[in-house]
Design a protein around this ligand. Structure first.
Ligand code: ATP
Ligand code: MG
Length: 266
């Protein structure tokens, strides 16, 4: 082995094991559900700011990965660290971790309560007793929902459309002032105008925190900038900047996926 090869292997290992500056770092994450291997040694990192797009075919394991990040699946293997702290030993436990890492799930789940109460649902009893009207307005604006609900905040949340419910879930997550944002297809049920507003809001939020956005919309992934993480069959196929990913993808699987929207990575 010559010196250069040795250096390259060392650099690759360092990048893989998150010795490069990263706010969120996943190392060799594996997950088995019902005896099926869902995630296979997934490693990547998120920088302190900016949006990363997680893409890949249906069933690739994208939602499962987000659930591991917030410990909604408890049986994953590997190491996840956030701000240098192993999430398994997070101070304050899972509730504190889920406050730090906001997850906007693929399927909206509003609570049987008013729009207003849904936004403040995750706050502590003490916080809920204080006047939260400014926080509610800000979060609903960030979720591009304020104009549609400002005159009906005390109506039941389940009277909202699916797209509106999804944005309400985003407002509820933002009300907890997370330091990391995970979004699972946040604009899948939205009309083009709402989608545009959410993307603008994501760009603003990502100036202050790392965001990981699952999307099937490759044009959206390009608009979001940041890095692209391409997954298939529970594995990371390629991680690259937007320009490198779309203009000079390294892996054959990536080129096929970009061309045919399918991935044959088995
Ligand atoms: N609780 C579970 N038990 C068994 N298998 C599961 C469970 N949850 C998910 N899976 C399987 O894990 C795989 C990955 O699912 P996941 O929802 O993470 O995919 P995805 O990439 O988010 O897909 P989509 O783009 O359709 O949302 C799928 O094959 C799915 O059937
Ligand atoms: Mg999913």
């Amino acid at each position: 082995m010559n010196i250069n090869t040795h250096t390259n292997i060392k650099e690759a290992k360092e990048a893989e094991s998150c010795t490069v500056p990263a706010y969120v770092c996943l190392e060799n994450i594996s997950l088995t559900l019902s005896e099926k291997s869902i995630l296979k040694e997934v490693s990547f990192s998120l920088p302190a700011t900016g949006i990363s797009s997680l893409i890949g075919p249906s069933g690739a394991g994208k939602s499962s990965l987000l659930r591991c990040l917030t410990n909604l699946y408890g049986n994953w293997q590997g190491v996840i660290s956030v701000a240098g702290v192993n999430t398994h030993s997070w101070l304050g436990g899972e509730d504190a971790l889920r406050r730090h890492i906001g997850l906007i799930a693929q399927k909206p789940s509003v609570f049987p309560a008013s729009i207003h109460d849904n936004v403040i649902f995750g706050l502590s009893r003490k916080e809920r007793k204080q006047d939260q009207s400014l926080r509610i307005e800000q979060c609903l604006k960030q979720a591009a929902l304020w104009n549609e609900v400002k005159d009906r905040l005390h109506e039941a949340a389940n009277t909202l459309s699916v797209g509106q419910q999804q944005r309400l879930c985003m407002a509820r997550a933002l009300a907890l002032e997370p330091k990391v944002l995970l979004l699972d297809e946040p604009t899948a049920s939205l009309d083009p105008h709402s989608k545009q507003l959410i993307e603008a809001s994501l760009h603003d939020l990502a100036k202050e925190m790392p965001s990981l956005c699952v999307t099937h919309d490759l044009e959206q992934a390009q608009r979001l900038q940041g890095q692209i993480i391409f997954m298939c069959d529970g594995k990371i196929i390629e991680t690259a900047t937007v320009n490198d990913f779309f203009q000079s993808p390294k892996r054959l699987e990536t080129r096929e996926f970009l061309r045919w929207s399918v991935c044959d990575c088995d």
